[in-house]
Structures are given as C-alpha cells and as structure tokens.
Write a protein that binds this ligand. Structure first.
Ligand code: AGP
Length: 605
C-alpha cells in the first residue's frame, strides 16, 4: 500500500493494510518520508502491534507499507518490509518472489553490500539504491532494477530526497493505482483503494509508474511511454465489511443468492433458451470448431472446474476434463487448435493457475478465464473470459466464489450445448432452472438450524466423509475441503463408487457421512452406496429430495432439496456443506476467516 498527497500517509497506509489483512500475514511495516529522512516502523505480528509500538504514527504525506507472509527468511523484524538500501536513501515493499536472488545477492556482496535481512526483497532495495547513487531518478532506477530480476514482483518505492514521488512496478504480482484530486494511492488489491476513490489504473506486466499527488506517468521495461486507461472500481467500500455477521465466511455464504442473481444478470435468454457471455462474442467463430475443453484451477476453483467439465461432457457433448492447474505444466500438456482451455480462479492471482495459463498460451493454445476480480492477472492474461461478479470474497475459505464459478460454467456449457445439439426447449428448461436458483438457495440457507445441530453433534468426530455421484462428486470434494480448511477435521470427498475401493475401511460406528442424492440419474446407485455405509454403522445425512421415502428409510437425517433441474444441483447441495463446516469450526473455536497455514491468495508456486 502506498500514498502520496497532502494528508498524513501513516493513517492512510495503515487503513489500506487493514483492508488487505484478510490475505494473511505474519508481520507488518511502514516507511514515510519526512524532512528528507526515511521514517521506519516494523513489527512482527498483527497490525495492531505495529500501531501500539508506534502510537504517534510516522510523520509525512508520502508513505508505503506492507503486510508480509514469510517466504525467504523467518518471521523477524529484520525480515519485515519495507527494506532499505545501504545508504538508507530508498525504501521499498515487494509482493512476489525473486527467483535469482542468490546470484544477485552474491554479486551485490562482492560490491561491498552488507545485507541486513534474509529476504529476496532486500536485493531489490540495494539494486534501486545503487542506481540512484549513480544518478538515476527513482523511476529509471526501479526500471533498471526490474530488468535484473527473475520471478514476480509488485513493488512500490520511495526515495528520501524526492518526497513527492512514489514509484510502483509490476512483474507478475498485481499493482493498482488509485487516482484522486491532488492525491494518489497504490495497492496490490482494489479493496484497499475503494474507500478513497473509484478511479483506478491497473499496471500491466512490465510496467513502471511514477506517481505524484496530481499526476502519474507509466513506462515499460524498455523506457517507452505507456498510455493507461482509467477504469472504475465496481465494488462498494461496504462490500468488504462484515456488517452484522460474526464472520466474513458466514456473510459470504448468505450473499450467494445475490451473487448468483448478479452473475446471471443480462446473460440468460429465456426466449431462445441460451446464455450470452459478452466476452465470448469476439471468439464465437473459433469456438464453433472446438472439439475438447480443458478446465483448470486449484482448490475450490478446481472443484468448480470439475462441475464445468461434467456439464460440458454430459450436456454440451464436448469431451471435457478438469485439471489441477498446479500439475498441468508438469505433465508437458498437449496443446492444439481445437481445444479450449478454461482457467478458473476467484482471485485471478493464483500462481499455479497463472503459470498453467502462460504455458498453454505460449504453446499457441486458446485460453479463457473465469474470475471474480476485475482487472486481475487472469483477466489480463486470457484471450477472453467472464467475470463471476460475486463481489469481494474476504474469508480465506471460498464459498460464494464457488457457486458463482459453477454458475459461470453452467452459462458456458449452456451456450456450447445450444451451439451443438441441445434443443431450444431443453435450453429453456435449463434457463428456467437457473432463474429459480436464488430463491432455492435461500430455502437451503433457511435450514441453518439443522446444519448447526448436526455440526454441534459431530464437531469432534475424528473423520467425516462426503459422497456423491456424477455432477455431485466435486461437491463432495468441496464439502471435505471446507471442513479440513477451517475446522481441521480429517475429511474425504469422493464418488459413491470409489468408497468400496478403500475409503470404506475408515467407516466406524457413528462416523458422520454426508451423502448427496439429488433425484437424478445417480439416485439409484447412491442408494446402493447408502446400504454399504449403513451396514458399517455410518451416521448418514442425506441431501435429497424431501419426498424420497426410500432414502428417508435408509438414512439418519434428510436435508430436503427443492425440486430442481439436474444441471443446477451443485449450487444447492453445497450450501449445507458450507454451513456445516462453518458451525463445526465455530463449535471448536477456530479463527474461521483466517485458518492456520493458509493465505487467501496463493501467489507462490
Ligand atoms: C478455498 O476455500 C481455498 N481457500 C483454496 O482452495 C482456493 O480455492 C485456491 O487457493 C484457489 O484460489 P483462487 O480461486 O483464487 O485461484
């Protein structure tokens, strides 16, 4: 976070960092410039600790700050950002990883530099500092330093002799500049800018910006001027506030009906039974010839990718698979003209997903993106795509992004299906099902007391299983992921068919099992799986048609589903699983929005 203007930089930088806290961090620091000196405050731990240690704040109307999540070197004050050069002339903060740090460190040490920290970032501070000492202005010095590094870097720097200028640069990691009247802000995420301004400029890869209170200028790594477009930040400041909810996760679960509504707005065509995705238009001709679709993503986004692949294969009749983006490049993928790649990421900044996208593009493949964050790296790196418009997702545990991503894959599959052999009447039925979804998701949310009662009862179960078939296999995986992630409960999600090949051995008397049994073509087989589970003493909670007597007779508890079209069931069956995980974590007393060991946006590979 950075600020230049006529107000106290300390307050603004701290308030921006607070809005980015959700990303997870272990230490924090700020530098301001006042009377031609760098003023530094750094502290291990929470931002509160930094504020308590610096009760007066730091003077100056220009400043930068950072919340660090340790990658190179332990969680110590010396490793906290901002980092300074040897002369303490420049200071900078850095988001990303410098891959050639060892070589650069050796080279700088030979030039007589003594390092004060174990971080890769300090290398950058010295490179910039040396260039300034040689006579370059800060913009040119940062440009020169950026050409020497390999890896990723979103940075913002200040220089003590030039207290009117911030310089920001981007290779890989996002950097956005907020524009005001006689003041500017810089951040790694628009959430930090929105309370101050609606107008932003997003830096593209390889760009460096010199930012003053009333103006900015952008160049590329070859020093050529770059024209930048001013964009509007679409979310409101209160979208990133918890409001009446105890946790962001709970708020975001309850935002799902609205998110689905927003995501489908203007995209459903009830008359012709199809979907319109603005981003697809320019590529429609090429899409007609597509013979295979490869979805990819990580974590929750991989599960929505799996739903997408199922929908494409089953309804659009296009062979489709979902790949773990982290593994895609490892297997040396075969990329051809007739395959469409669809990368899914809430943040649009997940390093594994971006790396897969770059690899496929580099081989000439056509890549589309599905993301929640406007202007994110994924949106910029893909040929076309769609925003899911779920609104800012703050909790590390992804919930509304899942349903909104699934919705996006539904729209894509519906569009492809109607370009192939899905009839108009079948298409209309699908559209009607999607139109009904927000109110049906609300019905699922209204059963919260049931989920809470089950969560309280099984919070201490040593293992929990989730099973589904067909389109609900990924939902079973997502249910298990939620429980592992925030409640630290060992859990597995799988297909009903896979149980008997091993995992069934984990079932003991009273083991809780969530079984997803919507009234579709998988129901009868799932009933067979229920028999296997009950015979081994499992406590089975079925998410099923409320009127299904046969299911009722078998299981211990039924969460009734409203009548729905088979294509949309993942967006209904996932709701109880999200709330169950939430209430298990609540009952165990964990930090729900910031689970241990995890960060919201995983920008390292
Ligand atoms: C979900 O609850 C997780 N926090 C995690 O699996 C997440 O979905 C994954 O890291 C991918 O993030 P992305 O959607 O921003 O790419």
């Amino acid at each position: 976070m950075g600020y230049v203007g006529n107000k106290e930089a300390w307050d603004i930088v701290i308030s921006g960092l607070k809005r980015l806290e959700y990303r997870g961090y272990d230490s924090a620091g700020v530098v301001t410039v006042s009377r031609k000196r760098l003023r530094l405050a750094r502290q291990v731990g929470h931002l509160r600790a930094l504020q308590e240690a610096t009760p007066e704040g730091l003077p100056g109307t220009i400043g930068i700050g950072h919340t660090r999540w340790a990658t190179h070197g332990g969680v110590t004050e010396a490793n906290c950002h901002p980092h300074r050069d040897a002369d303490e002339t420049v200071a900078l903060v850095h988001n990303g990883i410098i891959d050639n740090m060892d070589a650069l460190r050796t080279e700088l040490t030979k030039q007589g530099i003594t390092f004060r920290s174990e971080t890769d970032t300090e290398v950058l501070a010295h490179l910039v500092g040396l260039a300034v000492r040689e006579g370059l202005d800060l913009l040119s010095a940062v440009r020169q330093a950026m050409t020497k590094i390999e890896g990723t870097a979103g940075i913002v720097a200040v220089e003590r002799n030039n207290p009117d200028v911030l310089v920001a640069a981007r290779i890989g990691s996002p950097v956005v500049i907020g524009l005001g009247e006689q003041e500017c802000w810089v951040a790694s995420d628009t959430l930090a800018l929105r309370p101050f301004t609606e107008r932003m400029v997003v830096l593209d890869d390889g760009e460096i910006a010199e930012i003053r209170a009333g103006s900015f200028r952008t160049i590329d790594l070859d020093s050529r001027d770059r024209e930048k477009r001013v964009e509007k930040i679409l979310h409101r400041p209160e979208d990133a506030e918890r409001g009446e909810f105890a946790h962001f996760m709970l708020k975001e679960i309850h935002e799902q009906p609205k998110a689905i509504d927003r995501s489908s707005l203007g995209r459903l065509d009830a008359a012709t039974g199809t979907a319109h995705l603005g981003g697809m238009k320019s590529h429609e001709e090429r899409l007609f010839d597509i013979e295979k679709i490869v979805f990819c993503g990580c974590g929750t986004s991989l599960y929505s990718a799996e739903v997408g692949a199922y929908l494409m294969t089953r309804y659009a009749r296009i062979p489709a698979v979902a790949e773990d983006a982290a593994e895609l490049t490892v297997k040396n993928p075969i990329v051809d003209r007739k395959t469409l790649y669809v990368a899914i990421s809430q943040s649009g900044e997940t390093a594994d997903t971006l790396s897969a996208v770059k690899e496929v593009r580099q081989r000439g493949g056509l890549v589309a993106g599905i993301t929640n964050v406007v202007g994110s790296s994924l949106a910029r790196e893909t040929a076309f795509g769609t925003y899911v418009h779920a609104g800012p997702e703050i909790s590390v545990c992804s919930t509304k992004a899942f349903t909104a991503q699934v919705l996006a894959t539904e729209l894509l599959a519906l569009r492809f299906a109607r370009m192939r052999d899905l009839s108009a009447s079948e298409g209309r039925a699908w559209v009607q099902a999607l139109e009904k979804l927000p109110s049906q998701v609300n019905q699922m949310l209204e059963m919260t007391p049931t989920y809470r009662k089950l969560a309280d009862r099984f919070a201490r179960a040593k293992f929990t299983m989730f099973v589904g078939r067909g389109i609900n296999v990924p939902v079973a995986g997502e249910g298990a992921l939620k429980l592992k992630e925030i409640a630290y409960v060992a859990a597995e999600g799988m297909s009903g068919g896979a149980m008997k090949h091993g995992p069934l051995a984990l079932i003991e008397e009273g083991t809780p099992v969530w079984a997803l049994i919507p009234p579709d073509e998988t129901r009868d087989r799932m009933i067979g799986n229920l028999r296997e589970l009950k015979a081994r003493g499992a406590f089975v909670i079925a998410v099923a048609d409320g009127g299904d007597k046969e299911v009722r007779d078998f299981v211990d508890e039924v969460v009734p589903l409203p009548p729905h079209h088979a294509t949309v069931s993942p967006m209904l069956t996932v709701i109880p699983l999200q709330l169950y995980a939430y209430y298990v974590a609540l009952s165990l007393g964990y930090d729900i929005d910031k689970p241990r060991n995890l960060a919201k946006s995983v920008t390292v590979m």
